[in-house]
Write a protein that binds this ligand. Structure first.
Ligand SMILES: [Fe+2]
Ligand SMILES: [Fe+2]
Length: 357
């Protein structure tokens, strides 16, 4: 049980979770049920500057009502993707819990199972809010899903890790890849909470979510390092895989975008009323930085934040210096827009500790 002993930290995380778990309903479902989309007024649901296509020529072609709708649909897409990704991690967490119950420390397995309970409530509350926002615009979840072609990425993520987990008998590689997902989600969520025009009810749900997720992220960070040590001969390929995976996760726009993310953003612009051809053209101009070579300050700060967190995490990994440099180079390649002048003093994101509201 030597390896299991190194997962000791889950006991501390479990104690923190124990304090909150009985209030999941108060923290998530009650405010989601109380949310009334017909009273949104001018409130936003996503950081203004992080709204897809913000500041682009197409943004200026939209009416104020359409810009608000695009902001709220960006929230719906982002949080529906988050909900689906949380369902994906639940699948893997429980698979890992199953193996851990049988072969390792059952207390660790119980903590993984606890994360599943928390994520299930998160997913439920997001869906309640998303459905209400969509209904306000005469749309349904099917319209959102049809537009969000990138959801299948979560399915592939589960399939790939399940297969590897089955072959290896554990989900160490899955645990090694969780941290970048957490950081990506955290960056957007904390900026959403800090958005001055944010709807207060949805803000409080997201604040409670960020508190749970901060603990999930501690789990990912600590588990990732233990998992890497357990990967043995697969350590180097795992690190290469990690770097490419981390380089492809992004907020805003990304030189290494994928067809599915591209489709989702284009289709969402079309839902706002932009003809699909114009939406495709607007997407290409946005991604290629034709009109705004630099991102809006908040997006740029978010991308710098993600890159900094990845660099720090890779610095902490027990790997050879050459491999470390390779990993950081691959990630920086995906983030060339902020990596080139990374040392330049610039607005960076600083997040204070959150407390329950
Ligand atoms: Fe969550
Ligand atoms: Fe989580």
């Amino acid at each position: 049980m030597a390896a299991a002993a190194t997962f000791e930290f889950t006991r501390r995380l479990q104690l923190v979770s124990d304090r909150d778990v009985e209030r999941l309903d108060d923290h998530f479902l009650a405010p989601a049920r109380a949310f009334d989309a017909s009273r949104l007024g001018d409130d936003l649901l996503f950081p203004l500057e992080m709204t897809w296509f913000h500041g682009e020529p197409i943004w200026h072609e939209l009416s104020e009502a359409q810009r608000l709708m695009l902001n709220r649909l960006t929230f719906c897409q982002s949080y529906f993707s988050t909900a689906v990704a949380e369902a994906a991690t639940n699948t893997l967490n429980f698979q890992a819990a199953l193996q851990t119950f049988i072969r390792e420390d059952p207390e660790v397995a119980l903590y993984m199972a606890r994360e599943v309970v928390e994520e299930t409530t998160h997913i439920q509350s997001f869906l309640i809010v998303i459905r209400k926002v969509l209904a306000h615009y005469g749309l349904g979840l099917d319209d959102l899903r049809r537009a969000n072609v990138s959801l299948s990425l979560s399915e592939r993520y589960v399939q790939a890790h399940s297969l590897l987990g089955w072959l290896r008998g554990n989900l160490d590689y899955y645990y090694f890849t969780r941290f970048p997902l957490n950081v990506n989600q955290k960056t957007v969520e904390r900026c959403t909470i800090d958005e001055p025009r944010m709807h207060p009810g949805v803000r409080s749900i997201l604040k409670n979510h960020a508190i749970d997720e901060a603990r999930h992220m501690q789990m990912s960070r600590a588990t990732g390092k233990v998992a890497l040590a357990r990967l043995g001969l697969l350590k180097t390929p795992a690190c290469v895989g990690f770097a490419h995976f981390a380089a492809r996760l992004y907020i805003g726009r990304h030189a290494k975008d994928g067809a599915l993310q591209r489709g989702t953003r284009t289709n969402t612009l079309a839902l706002v009323g932009v003809p699909i051809e114009r939406a495709r053209q607007a997407y290409a101009a946005w991604r290629d930085r034709t009109n705004q070579p630099e991102d809006p300050p908040l997006v740029r700060a978010g991308r710098r934040y993600y890159l900094r967190q990845m660099n720090e995490y890779v610095d902490e990994l027990d790997v050879a210096p050459r491999l470390r440099r390779y990993m950081q180079r691959v990630i920086a390649d995906g983030y060339a827009d902020v990596a080139a002048d990374f040392a330049r003093p610039e607005r960076s994101l600083e997040f204070e500790d959150l407390t329950r509201s």
